[in-house]
Design a protein around this ligand. Structure first.
Ligand SMILES: Nc1nc2c(ncn2[C@@H]2O[C@H](COP(=O)(O)OP(=O)(O)OP(=O)(O)O)[C@@H](O)[C@H]2O)c(=O)[nH]1
Ligand SMILES: [Mg+2]
Length: 198
């Protein structure tokens, strides 16, 4: 039986903690994490609403010379998580949102990392994200620390649940437009998902 696959791509500036977050999520060590060169790829089985699905997780490099490479991995992502560093300015979020824009994933996670280092959150995300929330983008906003695995897992879970909800909404629209077909909501989307070799 074909297992459902969801593609999740993690993007954001250099050194914000993307790899550390993914390592925490995958139960790997977060000690001595090296800066990412190009792209890294992982898979994880997760339970979504009682069903096991495979998540393909793409860890991109924040260094500017890799940004055009990142663009090609955004394509067909079901979830894109934009990580930013809570101890720094978040203004680059609009830059990353613009890169994501044309690919329109079902869910965009905006994840402030390193909350073990600060309790001061300077910028107002509502203002920064307004151009997209106005267009009803499905945005999940949260904070975490890669040092605190539960906070990371909770955020990924929120993104997954939000995406599944979005999938159902898309299918409902589809049913309304095309008649009362009995189609597995998630499988409709699956045909659009590329595999790891794409
Ligand atoms: N205090 C603290 N430090 C963190 C946290 N997450 C990551 N770091 C540190 O931030 C630095 C960068 O972490 P990475 O995970 O390599 O960051 P990245 O975004 O993958 O960086 P690139 O691959 O170069 O784009 C490392 O020194 C990590 O130990 C966190 O939650 N809290
Ligand atoms: Mg990295």
């Amino acid at each position: 039986m074909n297992q459902k696959r969801y593609k999740c791509t993690v993007i954001g500036d250099y050194c914000v903690g993307k790899t550390s977050i993914l390592n925490a999520y995958l139960g790997k060590s977060i000690e001595n994490v090296q800066s990412t060169l190009g792209i890294d790829f992982f898979t994880k089985s997760v339970l979504v609403k009682g069903e096991t699905v495979v998540m393909t997780l793409w860890d991109t490099a924040g260094a500017e010379r890799f940004h055009s490479l990142t663009d090609s991995y955004l394509r067909d992502s079901n979830i894109v998580i934009i990580v930013y560093d809570l101890t720094k300015s978040t203004s680059n979020l609009s830059y990353w949102m613009r890169r994501v824009e044309q690919h329109r994933p079902q869910t965009v996670g905006i994840l402030g990392n390193k909350n073990d280092m600060t309790t001061q959150y300077s910028e107002d995300l509502q203002d920064i994200l307004f151009p997209w929330t106005r267009q009803h983008w499905n945005i999940v906003n949260g904070h975490c620390s890669s040092r605190e695995t539960t906070s990371v897992k909770t955020f990924f879970k929120r993104c997954l649940l939000s995406m599944v909800k979005e999938d159902i909404n898309i299918n409902e629209t589809f049913l309304k437009l095309d008649g009362p077909f009995k189609i597995d909501t998630l499988r409709v989307k699956e045909s659009n998902i590329r595999t790891c070799c794409s």
